[in-house]
Design a protein. Structure first.
Length: 66
């Protein structure tokens, strides 16, 4: 599921509030696969470099992978 959300973010250039919330839920439930974590790493890098923008305006960051 995370991989699909990340793919959507790369297609649009934005990480929506809804997608970010779903990513948080999947991570909290620990119901993800290795490819989801690989996708998250790519997402974090894209967010850091500005390739993808967060729709959320708050200062809360996505959970750390490590």
């Amino acid at each position: 599921m995370i991989s699909a959300l990340v793919k959507s973010a790369f297609q649009t250039g934005y990480l929506s509030v809804e997608s970010e919330g779903l990513i948080r839920q999947v991570l909290a439930l620990k119901s993800y696969r290795k490819n989801d974590l690989d996708s998250l790493e790519a997402l974090y890098e894209a967010l850091e470099t500005g390739r993808i923008q967060r729709e959320a305006q708050d200062s809360t960051q996505l959970p750390a992978l490590r």
